[in-house]
Design a protein around this ligand. Structure first.
Ligand code: TA6
Length: 290
C-alpha cells in the first residue's frame, strides 16, 4: 500500500495477527498493533508520530542541533528521504529468526545532494522485526563509507499512544542524571520516584540502564523498552502551549502521546571509514493488573 505521501509501505503480520506498518518515507514505523488490533503508537490527526528514525549529523552543527529549534531539518534529514528495501541484508541473528517472526530490511544510502547537509557518505540500514508475540524490534546500522571519520547522534523517536498523559509513569530512570532541553541542556539529577507529567517535559536521561517501562494506569498496560548500543533515553511531551505551536498537533492531542526515545545523544558516536555501528531497541507491551 502507499502512505499519505504516495510512498510505498510494508506491512508485517505475526501469525497471531499482530501487525506493524513501515513507510519507505524515512524508514518510519507508522503503526504497531496488538493481536486484537489495538494501536500502540500515537499518530496525530496530521500524521505526526510513529517511530521516526533520527540520525543527527553533529559535525554539521550550524545546521542541525538535537533538542534545539535551530535546524534546517531537525533530527536529521534521513527521516525525510525515500528509503528502499535492502535486497542483500545481513543474515538474521538466531534469536531474531524464530519461526513466525516477520521482518523487513530497509536501507538509505546517502546521495550527492545530501552533502549539502552533511559532508560525508554513509549507509543507514534498518531492520524491523515483528515477533510471534507482537514484540517490535528495530535494529539500525550506520556504516561509514567515507574516507574520513564522522560523528553522529541517533534516536528512535518513539511516540507511544497513551490514554491520558496524567495517568502515565516512566519507570527505570529514577535517580539518574538528565539534561533538560527546556533549560539549555543544563544537567540535573532526578530526585523523584517514577516520572509523572503535569507540564512540558523535554529531557535526555544519560547513561541509563537498558530497560525502561512506560506504564499507563488507565489502559492497564506497560510498554517495556529494551535497548542496546543506545546509552540515553529522551522523554518528551510538549504539553498544551508548545503543542499548539506545532502545526501538526491537533487540539489536546498531546494528552494521548509520550515520546520515550532510545538514543545516543549526550556523546556522539564516532566512526572511522569502513566501521559500522549498531543500535537496537525492542518494544513490547504487558498487561498490568490493579
Ligand atoms: O525528542 C525531543 C525533541 O527533540 C524535542 O526537543 C522536540 O522538539 C521534539 O523532539 C520534536 O519532535 P519531532 O517529531 O517534531 O521531530
Amino acid at each position: 500500500s502507499e502512505d499519505e505521501n504516495g510512498v510505498s509501505q510494508v506491512v508485517l503480520r505475526s501469525p497471531r495477527r499482530a501487525s506493524a506498518r513501515i513507510s519507505l518515507y524515512g524508514g518510519q514505523v507508522r503503526s504497531w498493533k496488538t493481536e486484537r488490533g489495538e494501536e500502540l503508537l500515537f499518530t496525530s490527526f496530521a500524521v505526526r508520530g510513529g517511530i521516526p528514525i533520527c540520525c543527527i549529523n553533529v559535525l554539521c552543527d550550524f545546521l542541525i542541533k538535537f533538542g534545539n529549534h535551530v535546524s534546517v531539518e531537525q533530527h536529521g534529514f534521513v527521516r525525510n528521504r525515500i528509503w528502499v528495501i535492502d535486497e542483500n541484508p545481513a543474515p538474521l541473528q538466531p534469536t531474531d529468526s524464530s519461526t513466525g517472526n516477520a521482518s523487513i530490511d530497509l536501507v538509505y544510502k546517502s546521495i550527492d545532494d545530501d552533502l549539502r547537509f552533511w559532508p560525508h557518505c554513509f549507509e543507514l540500514r534498518l531492520r524491523v522485526i515483528l515477533s510471534v508475540d507482537g514484540f517490535l524490534t528495530l535494529i539500525s546500522r550506520v556504516r561509514n563509507v567515507d574516507c574520513k571519520p564522522f560523528s553522529f547522534s541517533f534516536a528512535y523517536h518513539t511516540y507511544f499512544s497513551v490514554s491520558d498523559i496524567s495517568e502515565v509513569r516512566v519507570e527505570g530512570l529514577e535517580t539518574l542524571d538528565y539534561l533538560d532541553n527546556l533549560l539549555h541542556r543544563e544537567r540535573f539529577t532526578d530526585q523523584g520516584d517514577a516520572i509523572t507529567f503535569e507540564s512540558e517535559v523535554d529531557r535526555v536521561y544519560v547513561s541509563t540502564s537498558d530497560t525502561v517501562g512506560v506504564s499507563d494506569h488507565e489502559k492497564k498496560r506497560t510498554f517495556v523498552i529494551k535497548k542496546k548500543g543506545l546509552p540515553d533515553v529522551v522523554v518528551w511531551n510538549p504539553w498544551d502551549k508548545k503543542s499548539k505551536a506545532i502545526t501538526d498537533f491537533g487540539k489536546d492531542e498531546y494528552k494521548h502521546m509520550l515520546c520515550v526515545d532510545a538514543a545516543a545523544t549526550e556523546n556522539s558516536i564516532t566512526q572511522k571509514p569502513g566501521e559500522e555501528w549498531t543500535g537496537r531497541v525492542e518494544l513490547s507491551v504487558t498487561k498490568t493488573r490493579n
